[in-house]
Write a protein of this length. Structure first.
Length: 285
């Protein structure tokens, strides 16, 4: 019958249009991925300024709300790992904004204190996200380190995200750090309990200053690895397990650590969907 044939043709046409639309969206997201890759610190730059290192970087979707960033100001190397609100395209858009705010604060405006930098990028992000007059709750958690190679000191500030230092041969604990487990040489500096963004009762960010020692290995994580469900009981990996894993991996080279962490993550996740973007940057003094 004519009506049935017309209906069949209409369905076919809609199917073709839908396939084309999906292809266009996929192409756009893949292009966005290329743009996002362009703002991440290159492996060459990381190696030049940090030496041996690894980056575990697993977006949940094609593009990520996480990013890692590096800038050399001549006497100081700034390195950051950030986790922006959301994942996928919305998270990626906030990550590009956060990256731009870091460049403006450090490179353009010449801010040098890690606390001053976080205070400034909070101002910038709130200003940008409030332009449409709607109540935006987007923002980011970040760990920002300033590495002074000549004096072998580190300035550090964090918005929720921590900094981990592992060195079983350390002469003493880093100032202001909490030990992972007694006698194992793992230490945590906790970030301030506030994000980069609007937050009730917000205050100025604090800054930690640490005397580095040979063998110190620094880890800048987001919460994606520890929050991944998996394992034999389908439970979260947890921060405690991740810190113990890093302690166990300390004798390995940084390259070997990175490979092993990627293997451990995939093995833990198994067939369970990835729950969040994952980033973990490690380097040794």
């Amino acid at each position: 019958p004519l009506a049935l044939r017309q209906a069949y043709q209409l369905v076919n046409q809609q199917k073709v249009e839908l396939q084309q639309r999906n292809q266009d969206i996929s192409s756009s997201i893949l292009y966005a991925q290329q743009l996002q890759q362009g703002i991440l610190a290159t492996q060459a730059a990381l190696y030049q300024h940090l030496g041996p290192h690894f980056v575990v970087y697993h977006p949940r979707d094609i593009v990520s709300g996480d990013f890692y960033w590096l800038l050399d100001t001549g006497d100081t190397v700034y390195v950051a790992v950030a986790d922006c609100t959301g994942h996928g395209v919305p998270g990626a858009m906030v990550s590009v904004m956060g990256n731009g705010c870091l460049i403006k604060a450090v490179d353009d405006e010449g801010l040098r204190g890690t606390d001053d930098i976080l205070n400034r990028i909070r101002e910038l992000m709130i200003m940008m996200l409030s332009r449409n007059k709607t109540e935006m709750t987007d923002g980011m958690d970040i760990t920002l380190a300033a590495l002074h190679r000549q004096t072998n000191t580190l300035q550090w500030s964090g918005a929720f995200n921590p900094l981990w230092i592992i060195n079983p041969h350390r002469s003493q604990a880093p100032e202001g750090a909490m030990a992972f487990t007694a006698g194992h040489g793992g230490y945590e500096l906790k970030g301030d309990r506030q994000p980069i963004g609007k937050y009730p009762g917000w205050k100025s960010f604090s800054q930690h200053s640490i005397a580095l020692e040979p063998g110190d290995t620094l880890y800048l994580p987001t919460d994606g690895f520890q929050d991944q469900f998996g394992g034999p009981k389908g439970k979260k990996f947890t921060a405690k397990r991740l810190k113990q894993t890093l302690l166990d991996l300390y004798p390995l080279t940084l390259e070997e650590q990175g490979k092993e962490l990627k293997r451990i993550f995939e093995e833990w996740k198994g067939r369970i969907d990835q729950v969040d973007d994952v980033t973990l940057l490690g380097f040794r003094i």
